[in-house]
Ligand binder design. Structure first.
Ligand code: PEP
Ligand code: MG
Length: 573
């Protein structure tokens, strides 16, 4: 049995035959084409073909209940109609008598090169999207590649260099047993999607992943970031897995998924779920989630060309709250902007969208169109359901005050038309911008609860673009700055008698979860497929012991030794 070590990107294990996802990169030669009109026609047809195929892909995703994929595909598709790219291609055909293929390659490259030279990470990342689109247009121009891309027809582990969001969305997820990538970044949308659908994935395996031969069986261990491969399936089944501990908590979780997660010394921790649709709500409830820690509403209405109506929103929120039967459902306001362009609200020409008009800033900038319909829908749904409101990307107290003023205005208007007057919905904020984390003690009196968003907090704290695959290993597992900041936030919140949870991907790593328990976190919110595992991990811990380890950890610049100690505690006896 051969083993490769990569980066754990989606937990769980799977054993299956390898399927190499071929991403054809057509070879392009320059030819002189006398008939420029014909070449330009071919380009337009190819652009239309790719646009159609992306539209079909979006429809497929919607039909399969995978709404969250739609806005991301849509934002890529809009480049196909970009007048600058089309003008560059046309100029090459008209002035150099270039063939369509060469003009497309060079036309796209001229814009990609321009983006690659930018300081702005976001624009450079858009260059990657453009390269993927160019590849698809070249494929459409290739008469011989009329056949659709080869996809697995039976259950398989997909191996590829990288996986674009559209590649993943095109695969039948019921046949997708696991994912192994030579490259990749665990914050890529494709991998967030893999996690939310419970597909184990290991990334950053390097070119070694291509030493697997066709016909070999692969065992993907997405929890520990390992893959094993061999021709003999039985040999792989014998590979010893670092088994989760056998504890009272584990047994309880197995027999009753809704049993609360309680540490061995009796400290309860709420295990909630991150969801984005009715489908994931049902999966989360079935998995035993104690509620919803994060409903990403921008994904719930993905594909909607404009802001959904108050009525549509209220219905959707009530439906999801209904699934949770009185357990708390935390509904985050639209977190549009940056890597989540929705409802046509985002200017594509922002110089630096990750630092731009996004989250609550966008809501406050567009109260009539964006914020008020959502607030009114939440008040309406809140009359019959137990929900909490969560504000994304808060960086200062003034934003909370501004939101509360608009909320009060809406509540007053609504109570005039339909009593009861008092709308008491808890209002919390995401702690995902370093300024909010640093000022947690001063923000705590303004909010009913905090939810620490480590995906963005990591990005802004370490200056590491969450979408950049070349930074997939940053920050390293030894890095302690995030942990120290989390400790400060938890302590500040508790000093004010408020509740604090954590909903970023960071909390899904068992040793991070153990450290959070040690720091006194009240709630964690994780992908539906991690709910059971999180309850198991919590049930295996002694809180007092984790407290000591966590308090030691925040004083260290290198966390590896502490992590090793925790892993030993979590290992079976
Ligand atoms: C986060 O930033 O940690 C988070 C949970 O929100 P999102 O991933 O939607 O930005
Ligand atoms: Mg965020």
């Amino acid at each position: 049995v051969k083993t490769l070590i990569g980066i754990a990107a989606s937990p769980g294990t799977a054993v299956g035959p390898v399927f190499f996802l071929e991403r054809r990169v057509p070879i392009v030669d320059k030819r002189i084409a006398a008939d420029s009109a014909r070449e330009w026609r071919r380009v337009r047809e190819a652009l239309a073909q790719v646009s159609d195929s992306l539209r079909t892909l979006m429809e497929d995703c919607e039909r399969r209940g995978n709404q969250s994929a739609v806005p991301i595909i849509a934002s890529n598709a809009q480049f196909l109609a970009d007048p600058e790219i089309q003008a560059a291609i046309r100029a090459l055909i008209d002035h150099q008598q270039a063939n369509a293929e060469w003009a497309v390659q060079r036309g796209f490259e001229s814009v990609i090169d321009l983006l690659a030279g930018q300081e702005d990470e976001y624009l450079r990342a858009r260059g990657k999207d453009l390269a993927e689109l160019a590849r698809r247009v070249l494929e459409a121009l290739d008469d011989r590649s009329d056949r659709p891309a080869d996809v697995p027809r039976s259950p398989s582990v997909v191996v590829a260099d990288s996986l674009s969001f559209c590649d993943l969305a095109a695969l039948d997820e019921t046949l997708l047993q696991g994912i192994c990538l030579a490259q990749g970044n665990s914050n890529d949308h494709a991998l967030i999607l893999a996690r939310s659908t419970g597909i184990p994935a290991v990334i950053g395996l390097g070119d070694g992943v291509f030493s697997i031969s066709a016909g070999e069986i692969v065992r993907v261990d997405g929890t520990h970031g390992l893959i094993h491969f061999d021709r003999d399936r039985n040999a792989l089944l014998r590979v010893k897995e670092p088994a989760p501990p056998e504890t009272a908590g584990r047994r309880a979780a197995a027999s009753d998924p809704w049993a609360p997660a309680v540490t061995l010394d009796g400290v309860p921790v709420q295990v909630m779920a991150n969801i984005s649709s009715l489908r994931t709500a049902r999966a989360a409830f079935a998995a035993g989630a104690d509620g919803v820690g994060l409903l990403r509403t921008e994904y719930l209405f993905a594909g909607s060309p404009q802001v959904p109506s108050e009525e549509d929103q209220a219905r959707a929120y009530q439906e999801i709250c209904g699934v949770f039967r009185g357990k708390a459902v935390t509904i985050r306001l639209f977190d549009a902007g940056s890597d989540k362009p929705v409802f046509g609200l985002v200017s594509p020409h922002e110089q630096n969208p990750a630092l731009g008009l996004r989250g609550i800033r966008l809501g406050l900038a567009e109260p009539e169109r964006l914020l008020k319909p959502q607030i009114r829908a939440l008040i309406q749904a809140g009359r019959t359901s137990k929900l909490r409101i969560l504000l994304p990307m808060v960086c200062a107290a003034s934003e909370i005050t501004a939101f509360k003023n608009i909320f009060a205005e809406c509540a007053q208007e609504m109570s005039r038309s339909s009593p009861p007057a008092e709308e008491r919905i808890p209002i919390g904020i995401m702690i995902e911008v370093p300024s909010a984390a640093v000022m947690a003690d001063l923000l705590a009196p303004e909010a009913d609860f905090f939810s620490i968003g480590t995906n963005d907090l990591t990005q802004y704290l370490y200056a590491v673009d969450r979408t950049n695959s070349s930074l997939a290993n940053l920050p390293g597992s030894e890095e302690g700055a995030l942990l120290r900041l989390i400790q400060q936030v938890i302590d500040a919140t508790h000093d004010h008698g408020k509740i604090v949870g954590l909903c970023g991907e960071w909390g899904q790593n068992p040793d991070n979860l153990a450290l959070l328990v040690g720091l006194g976190i009240d709630e964690v919110s994780v992908n539906p497929f991690f709910v059971g595992a999180a309850k198991t991990v919590i049930g295996a811990l002694r809180c007092e012991e984790m407290k000591t380890l966590a308090r030691t950890a925040v004083g260290r610049s290198d966390l590896r030794e502490i992590r090793e100690l925790i892993r030993r505690r979590l290992a079976p006896a």
